[in-house]
Design a protein around this ligand. Structure first.
Ligand code: DAH
Length: 369
């Protein structure tokens, strides 16, 4: 066999069994690349005599064409086989039964939270937040709890160990400290705002986790509150009552609900009240807005002048009202859940039963859903 015939036989043998496109490319470079065996042969043509070139030229060119087309043919075959394999492996069998889809559920507390936010947002409230670990000043002192007063004990506080400065932080016992943080910010910005001729009122709601060392059917060590705070000039109790009445009617999806204020005591409000709404307890569930019984739903009052002063605001210039809801408790009332402890027991069966579908727009809002 001549050298050329030998080379051709060798190359076409290897091309025929090249396992994939990469192996084929390696053979192409080896034969037809810049310094490939066939390229080197082509270079020899230049040094040949015209007679030699006439006989050798067609043979070498023929070899190059034969090898190039063998490579192209093998490449097409390999690519077709690869596509066939993919089509076979990715075939969808439409006759198979669908796999069961496990969808998560929205926890009732989060659903109720969204509903509450929607109603208050429609009334022009914005959201504020604060830390779960608070200092004594924001959780108690600034809110007018006197030092060593039993009111501090009233909250069954979780105290953290003393820090290097001898200070004991607390797991916040209520969302009220965010009132203080927000009013302090207002006080900081006030001079600039007044200079600009704009004095925005504060209108915030503060949803969040709160903590007290307590556990029974209506208490859990962690629960959720929603604080409300309005600070402006010439705010009075009529504004407070209207706001809460509006909220209750829309949240419980009833026409105007009869409500009453019962005098109460909170250190940070004066006067303080608890608001009750008319309800019917004759059946198994409590029905808000019907019947002749009363149900306590929220603590509230006018912001105490001492609290305003503690935040650097002049009580002769600024007044406000505040309220504090138990979010989980409102959820229990609206959706008939009997035991608060179940809400945080992480029992998936409970969540399947009481949970909500995702992205369910709260139907309590006309403006935001
Ligand atoms: N912080 C109170 C509590 O946890 C709830 C509360 C009552 C908040 C009256 C208020 C309020 O802002 O005015 O029991």
């Amino acid at each position: 066999m001549t050298d050329l015939a030998q080379l051709e036989a060798d190359l076409s043998g290897r091309i025929a069994v090249a396992a994939d496109v990469a192996a084929l490319e390696a053979i192409r470079v080896e034969a037809l690349g810049k310094t490939g065996a066939i390229s080197e042969l082509l270079k020899t043509l230049g040094r040949m005599s015209p007679d030699e070139r006439r006989t050798e030229g067609p043979k070498i060119n023929g070899l190059r064409d034969a090898v190039a087309s063998a490579i192209a043919a093998r490449k097409a075959a390999l690519e077709a086989a690869e596509l066939d394999a993919r089509l076979a492996s990715e075939r969808v069998d439409l006759s198979l039964p669908p796999r069961p889809e496990r969808k998560g559920r929205v926890h009732p507390t989060m659903q109720v939270l969204d509903e509450m936010i929607a109603v208050f947002a429609d009334m022009g409230f914005s959201l504020a937040e604060g830390p779960d670990i608070e200092d004594d000043f924001h959780n108690f002192t600034a809110l007018n709890f006197p030092p060593r007063h039993p009111a501090r004990e009233m909250h069954d506080t979780f105290w953290l160990p003393e820090d290097a400065r001898g200070e004991r932080k607390v797991l916040r016992t209520h969302t009220s400290p965010v009132q203080i943080r927000t009013m302090q910010r207002l006080n900081e910005k006030l001079p600039a705002w007044i200079a600009n001729g704009q004095e925005p009122p504060i209108r915030i709601i503060v949803p969040g986790r709160t903590y007290r060392s307590d556990s029974d059917a209506t208490h859990t060590p962690m629960f959720h509150q929603m604080e409300g705070l309005v600070i402006d000039r010439a705010i009075h109790m009529g504004h407070l009552k209207w706001t809460l009445d509006q909220f209750i009617a829309r949240f419980f999806e009833t026409p105007a609900v009869e409500s009453r204020f019962r005098p109460h005591h909170f250190p940070f409000t004066e006067p303080s009240a608890e608001m009750d709404v008319k309800c019917d307890r004759s059946g198994g569930d409590v029905k808000i807005g019907q019947g002749n019984d009363w149900m306590e739903v929220v603590g509230c009052g006018m912001v105490h002048p001492n609290v305003l002063r503690n935040c650097g605001l002049d009580p002769d210039q600024w007044q406000g009202f505040a309220f504090g809801f138990g979010i989980d408790r409102l959820g229990m009332l609206k959706y008939g859940m009997p035991d608060l402890r179940d809400m945080f027991a992480s029992d998936v069966r409970w969540l399947e039963h009481y949970g909500f579908s995702a992205f369910q727009a709260p139907n309590t809002s006309t403006g935001l859903s």
